[in-house]
Design a protein around this ligand. Structure first.
Ligand SMILES: NC(=O)c1ccc[n+]([C@@H]2O[C@H](COP(=O)([O-])OP(=O)(O)OC[C@H]3O[C@@H](n4cnc5c(N)ncnc54)[C@H](O)[C@@H]3O)[C@@H](O)[C@H]2O)c1
Length: 279
């Protein structure tokens, strides 16, 4: 069901790869809510993913960019303003990648070139995006920028590796830039801390299926899926949340405030006598 929440709004959506991507769902919902937008991803993702299908479905232009390149980002914002005939009202940063995770390097045996790449792709790119947007004055007053984060920014979760550090930095950028952009242009910047979700990036995390089972049992409302995350993004792009900024907003069915649940305790009790739990 659509509510016309984004009628007349223009945006840029970074990070849709295929129909499982959170950004893909955001694009579908933004389109249904009346927004027009451009789509961006890396040239490689465009070859392997299905971005052109999404562009066709939503009537959007695609502008390729490596989000670690300020020049590419400059081009995305410039071209978006041309295609959309003016400044944008919302931007989604839905980008993350760790070569250490992909290549199964453990946190106490990181490759530092990969680590720098993780931080650049998954966190610094957010700063670069905001800095470019501001220099170009590409976002309208009362605009809204959202990036996707994960609770590994605050808590240690086995297997999330250097992405936890990247998410901590991402959330910090939202606060630091949120102050500047809010003060000067009334533009709000937030991160959404999403439940574990089966997507291409999510599937790379060690033990993802078990993690999803665990967080599902721990969360009173259950895990939030990609579609629900997209709906939450839409509210943040809408005019209904104009005074929400510099926040990390948990969208996780309550997981972040739980210690132990009955469902998790029942599962744990079943295995308590097993030798494998000794260490
Ligand atoms: N899936 C989860 O469990 C989960 C949970 C919390 C937060 N998130 C975050 O949500 C965001 C979207 O991930 P997703 O789960 O939809 O997976 P996804 O794999 O569909 O999306 C990740 C995107 O990042 C893009 N990307 C990678 N390197 C890039 C670069 N250099 N420049 C531009 N784009 C680049 C990829 O092409 C891809 O489209 C990420 O920030 C991820 O960390 C995911």
């Amino acid at each position: 069901m659509a509510y016309n929440l984004l009628k007349g709004k223009k945006g840029i959506i970074f990070g849709a790869l295929d129909e499982k991507s959170i950004a893909w769902k955001v694009a579908e919902h933004a389109h249904a809510e009346g927004a027009v937008f451009t789509l961006s991803n890396t040239p490689a993702a465009m070859r392997f993913g299905k971005l052109s299908e999404l562009a066709h479905k939503t009537g959007s232009e695609i502008i390729p960019a490596d989000a670690t390149s300020p020049d590419d980002l400059w081009n995305v914002f410039k071209k978006s303003m041309e295609y959309l005939d003016g400044k944008v009202d919302f931007v989604l940063h839905s980008i993350g990648m760790s070569l250490n995770v992909r290549k199964k390097r453990l946190y106490d045996d990181l490759n530092y070139d990969y680590f720098k790449k993780t931080l650049d792709i998954s966190a610094l790119s957010f700063h670069k995006m905001l800095q470019v947007a501001r220099k170009l004055d590409a976002i309208n007053e009362w605009g809204s920028v959202v990036a996707l984060s994960y609770i590994a920014a605050q808590r240690t979760l086995y297997g999330y590796n250097d992405m936890g550090d990247a998410k901590a930095l991402l959330e910090s950028v939202a606060r630091s830039f949120g102050y500047i952009y809010g003060r000067d242009k009334k533009i709000r910047i937030n991160t959404i801390s999403q439940s574990p979700t089966i997507t291409t990036a999510g599937s790379g995390v060690k033990g993802m299926q078990n993690l999803i089972d665990f967080t599902g049992r721990m969360s009173p409302l259950g895990n939030a899926d990609a579609d629900e995350c997209a709906q939450y993004c839409i509210t943040l792009f809408s005019d209904l949340t104009r005074k929400v900024t510099m926040q990390n907003l948990y969208h996780d069915g309550g997981f972040s405030n739980m210690g132990m649940s009955l469902k998790a305790m029942n599962m744990y009790n079943r295995g308590i006598d097993c030798d494998c739990l000794e260490d």
